[in-house]
Design a protein around this ligand. Structure first.
Ligand code: AMP
Length: 237
């Protein structure tokens, strides 16, 4: 079956609001485009004045990776969330506190920070934009898609992204805080820990949001190529 990439991004007055992507069979394209535009219009960050949806045939081989197993921490405040995240990443980098400071101070990036575990330096070519992970979806490429707008969709999308990211050998960990002011549960993901949901990563109403990948390479060109362009379908864990 030939597969297609369907990508959506929305913005208001030039500022990014939301994005989404599917890898689907031809018969699903119309339904997925409709669901994506509904979801863009319902985003908590505001009403978009621009929604762009792109459909393109996938010409390369698709990589299949397992989903990370999901667990949940019991953090009740941002301070407790910080302890959970530092507990997960401190064994991987001596600069864990600096990584937390970074990911809790950024906002309005479209992509992720690449954080060098060895030095604490940022490695992404464009600090304002970050590195955007694209070309991925859940392996259930037909049917069984959660309804747009439900909490389940959000977890499913983040799990797909986190599973693609964690699969690359240069990635040690990921930390994510949603930029939706109404959604304060973030996550930290590693290959050993899996996908750990972390409640109360930020105060309710905060516009802070970002992603940070702790990496163990100083030359991230291959990693960036994988994150941006290798098509990945994420299956059962
Ligand atoms: P979201 O979970 O969609 O609210 O996104 C939270 C943050 O993660 C955003 O502010 C971006 O910095 C980053 N982000 C969102 N989507 C991606 C992506 N596809 N690849 C890398 N970073 C992303």
């Amino acid at each position: 079956m030939s597969l297609f990439s369907v990508k959506m991004r929305s913005s208001a007055r030039g500022t990014h609001i939301s994005g989404a992507e599917r890898i689907v069979g031809e018969q699903e394209i119309d339904e997925v485009c409709a669901a994506m535009s509904r979801r863009a219009l319902a985003h908590g960050k505001g009403q978009p004045d621009s929604i762009t949806i792109t459909v393109s045939a996938i010409e390369r081989e698709v990589v299949r990776v397992p989903a990370l197993p999901i667990t949940e921490a019991t953090s009740r405040t941002p301070a407790e969330a910080r302890d959970v995240v530092l507990g997960a990443i401190a064994p991987l980098t001596a600069h864990a506190a600096q990584a937390w400071e970074l990911v809790t101070s950024v906002r309005d990036m479209r992509g992720a920070i690449l954080f060098d575990a060895a030095t604490g330096n940022r490695l992404e070519p464009d600090y304002a934009r970050g590195v955007r992970v694209t070309s991925m979806d859940a392996a259930t490429a037909t049917g069984e898609r959660p309804e747009a707008g439900s909490g389940k969709t959000r977890v499913a999308d983040a799990l797909v992204l986190a599973s693609k990211v964690a699969h690359h050998p240069s990635v040690l960990a990921e930390v994510c805080i949603s930029d939706d002011p109404d959604y304060t549960t973030g996550y930290v993901a590693t290959n050993t820990l899996g996908y750990l949901r972390v409640p109360n990563m930020k105060p309710a109403g905060s516009a802070v949001g970002g992603r940070l990948f702790v990496v163990d390479t100083a030359a991230p060109a291959d990693l960036i190529e994988y994150l941006e362009h290798t098509p990945v379908l994420v299956g059962e864990s």
